[in-house]
Write a protein that binds this ligand. Sequence first.
Ligand SMILES: Cc1ncc(COP(=O)(O)O)c(C=O)c1O
Length: 431
Amino acid sequence: MKKTNNIKSEELFKRAKELIPGGVNSPVRAFKGLDIDPPFIVRADGSKIYDEDGNEYIDYIGSYGPMILGHNSEIVNNKLKEQIDNSLSFGAPTRLEVEIAELIRSIVPSVEMIRMVNSGTEATMSALRVARGYTGRSKIVKFAGNYHGHGDCLLVQAGSGALTHGVPSSSGVPKSITDNTIVAEYNSIESVDNIFQEYGNDIAAVIMEPISGNMGVVPAAQEFMDYVRKITREYNSVLIIDEVMTGFRVALAGAQSLYKVEPDLTCFGKIIGGGLPVGAYGGKKQIMQCVAPLGSVYQAGTLSGNPLSMTAGITTLTYLKNNPKVYEELENKGQKLQKGIEKAIADFKIEATVNRVGSMVTLFFSKKKIENYGDAKKCNIEVFGKYFRAMLQHGIYLPPSQFETFFISQAHSEEDIENTIKAVRDVFSTI
Ligand SMILES: Cc1ncc(COP(=O)(O)O)c(C=O)c1O
């Protein structure tokens, strides 16, 4: 549906900006740099999302990843309604926490023990603390363009060099905190090698997105992943694979199953909460036994493992486990969308390229294939802005940044994909 007006959204955004920094509770939602105000959303159903002004969109944000079954899933919502009748939170152990731990362990074999938290940020922060506690070392390695939430020591991006010492990319983060963060270039074996040559015995952990979704979709090359696993083993550093986005998304057992890599620790979020706040970290028993109250690494949370998030998570994961066809269908829809966009790129001679893994897709406005952060940064942001605004006008709700992933859900129909390709062709004919 073509967008009509956005009077109510504009009014709400004005009020929001008086009270909430930038009018939003997470920065990317503000549509900064895109010269339009964000629609305010009232509800969503299946593949569609609806704003305050009565506009309907095909949604490719999916709450930034969790909504793999589509919005307003009857099976998840019905379970939640039942659970609500038992009250909302107890601050005490529940059967649900045991069940989700068993379920995740049954799907992801590298996870021998797991701790639930409330967000992906908490999961990565905690995993790093555990890695440091376990190894007794201080330094961590992250990759340029990989996002692991807003924990202080991870808020570091690289300059363009292969080996860059951490410079905070947010004010409010003391340099002393990021001094122990080393930034390596994604998909560069040489960069990782240089860092290990120099600091290897001080490196507690390497944390990586196996398929980065936070510079747009950029998968690790298989040989790069294999090398990172090999060198972390050689130096007894903990390999943390951040599957907050990719877990239960690119395959039932996540990216680690696609790469056949066994991390020491894995971080989860998004899908394991079925749309409610959640995070988790888990892995080798030997390492996880360091976590309090069993071990000396302190980590806690008032609402961790809360019954509603656990219920939504268990229901979503159980559905995915029992219906492996979902991933085949997501792959088919992803392929169809990719082919349609690529044909439009060729037909309209647009300087653009598509990266995709299963249901994670990014259209980059760059002629060159995107393999790392340096490549992604060279995209034409101005053209992206034009495309994004025009797509919204055509009723397609995409992530409002060149450096984000769009997500296809089980609820997206063939018709949704066809309509999206039509919109892309319309928009390409005008930019
Ligand atoms: C790979 C990855 N790790 C961690 C996070 C942080 O998760 P949260 O926003 O739940 O704190 C994100 C969020 O998008 C993510 O994509």
